[in-house]
Design a protein. Structure first.
Length: 119
């Protein structure tokens, strides 16, 4: 299973970005897709995640500013960010919990995409 993330970049405070992550490979069923982030000198933290039935959860600091959605047919998860703040600057990682066609469970990360918010 591979995870390909895209959509990061440089944006001014108050702006928005849309991050996308597509899972590919030997996927039988996606249990959960999500986004985490890691700022310099900090631990990786949950941003938002969504299950295959559409249930989502968010970190408190992202509620109301970030929206997660998924396209199950395309094995893709989107993160729409808005009202970005300099403290949102981080590497954003896609995360997946997948049942493979081999019957195994894959839990892993994409390569990360950098979001830089300037003040």
């Amino acid at each position: 299973v591979q995870l390909q993330a895209s959509g990061g970049g440089l944006v001014q405070a108050g702006g928005s970005l849309r991050l996308s992550c597509r899972a590919s490979g030997s996927i039988e069923r996606i249990n959960d897709l999500g986004w985490y982030r890691q700022a310099p000198g900090k631990t990786r933290e949950l941003v938002a995640s969504i299950t295959s039935d559409g249930s989502s959860r968010y970190a408190d600091s992202m509620k109301g500013r970030f929206t997660i959605s998924s396209d199950n047919a395309k094995n893709t998860v989107l993160l729409q960010t808005q009202t970005l703040k300099p403290e949102d600057t981080a590497v954003y990682y896609c995360h997946a919990d997948v049942l493979t066609t081999f019957g195994d469970r894959f839990v892993g990360w994409g390569q990360g995409t950098l979001v830089t918010v300037s003040s």
